[in-house]
Design a protein around this ligand. Sequence first.
Ligand SMILES: [Mn+2]
Length: 412
Amino acid sequence: MSDIHLGFQKHESLQKIEQQVFEKALDECISRQVDFILIPGDLFHVNIPEMRVQKFAFAKFRQVYDAGIPVYVVYGSHDFSPVSNSVIDLLAEVGYIIKVTRATSNEDDTITLDFIIDEKTGAKIAGLSGLKVGKDREWYEKLDRSGFEAESGFKIFLFHGGIADMKTDSGMDGDHMPLSLLPKGFSYYAGGHMHKFNHQKFSEYPHVVYPGTLFAGYHADLEENAKGQQRGFVIVEFEDMVKSVEFIPIGNVQYEVIEVDANNRKADSVNLELEQRSKEIDPADKVVIIKVQGELTSGKTADVDVSAVRERLSSLGSLIVNISKNRLTSKEYAITEAKGNDKDEIETNVFKENIGQLRFDHKELLGEKGVELAKRLLRELGQPQLVNEKKNEYIPRVRGSALSILGLEDDS
Ligand SMILES: [Mn+2]
């Protein structure tokens, strides 16, 4: 299994699902008495997730450990730490998981990888972690392959990264390396990084398998789930060769998707459609995904008001309402980019460009004055929460200062 991204979900109800699918997957491994588990990266969403996530992961891996099932892991691009400063290293330290990468740099600038031999099955396991800065390629290019590729026995290679020869429509861009960079002659290639299940066979690479994410590691994954993408892990049966690779789906949650095409329409008509469409669904215990895209004929994109719809759906028990207006624009008003030499200059220029497009009666919001006001407001709204300051103290403090900058009374 791969790309579990524990700690990705910020919303309580989705955190629960993130944990449930992980528990289900590992329980399934325990009850099927698998020989071992491979996790080729992005087990966690960040190298040091919050304590709640660590505690949960330790408890679960303890169960897997007690069941006598070794877990072989490489870092992914998310939980990678160049100085072994990841929760993965803690889990490895206590013996719940085994880090696979055993690399030695040689004097001639090549890298030798050593195998770990799985005690029970004799499988020879090697692998390379995913790296944050796209250095993977360099490592693969330096790999001392001869003996490594010729090694006999049932061999498994763990890797984390995209393979150009296996590109799918998953929408993940970035650097995909050619398959030929992976060492040849392994019986099974356990891949991470691509979030959709993908199993392909090539002449010198008999089984290259991405199990895909167990739930979601990007917001786009939730949308894929909503459109019917199955999530799960794979069970591989082998003796001296792979006999079968079976995808085991793990259900997560129910979804509703509302997509609205705003092209050549006014905000009012889009708002009306949103309201009607949201009344046609039963949002209880579901993840609701709302996407509004296209180019409005007039008005601002902010005139498409989703707050009422969001409130209604929440009050009817939806787990979370995910609204995307990223691809909504307006003919009349569009946020313009601006250049500058430093942050301050860029901010000033962005405000100048955009305020220049506005027509208001409030003269103080326009021109140089408007730019000054906007900058002061931005600075105030960017204030972080103070140490020991509670959220219910922080929010009124920032709101109060912002309103006073605007010369308004705080009547909340
Ligand atoms: Mn990932």
